[in-house]
Design a protein around this ligand. Structure first.
Ligand SMILES: [Zn+2]
Length: 141
């Protein structure tokens, strides 16, 4: 799960498509698509999505940090602070993504940026206790 991707493999002055990233890193297209969900920035919403090499490099460096510094149970990794942060109390929403996975959304208690983190539905009760969430799990529309 925590494979290391060399951030310096991509060139900061180029744009990459999802296909180009998967070729460059020798991974399935779902891997860079998952990176977008984790916070990798894309230039805009036009398809095919284009990612700035500079953003990709920064994201892959962050990914190493995330893998090295796993969040505590009550924390979410903030892409802006580039550190695990506690969300603002009351900002937290638990949402289903599928029958097995969900997403916790909240705002960073330091920079107030939106943060999110995937979790297994099996861990829901445990995480809700650590995040002190009273709201029930919401169905994604
Ligand atoms: Zn933050």
């Amino acid at each position: 799960m925590s494979r290391i991707y060399n951030p310096n493999k991509c060139k900061i002055n180029r744009n990459y498509t999802i296909s180009e990233i998967s070729l460059l890193y020798g991974v399935h297209k779902n891997t860079p698509k998952g990176w977008l969900k984790k916070g990798l920035k894309r230039i805009d919403n036009q398809r095919p999505y284009l990612i700035l090499g500079r953003d990709l490099r920064l994201f892959l460096k962050d990914l190493r940090t995330i893998n090295k510094r796993p969040c505590e149970l009550g924390e979410i990794y903030c892409m802006k602070c580039r550190a695990p942060r506690k969300p603002v109390p009351g900002s937290i929403i638990f949402e289903t993504e599928s029958s097995r996975y969900g997403r916790i959304k909240g705002s960073c208690n330091v920079c107030h940026s939106a943060m999110n983190r995937y979790f297994r539905i099996a861990d829901l009760a445990l995480l809700q206790r650590h995040f002190k969430v009273i709201l029930p799990l919401q169905q994604k529309r």
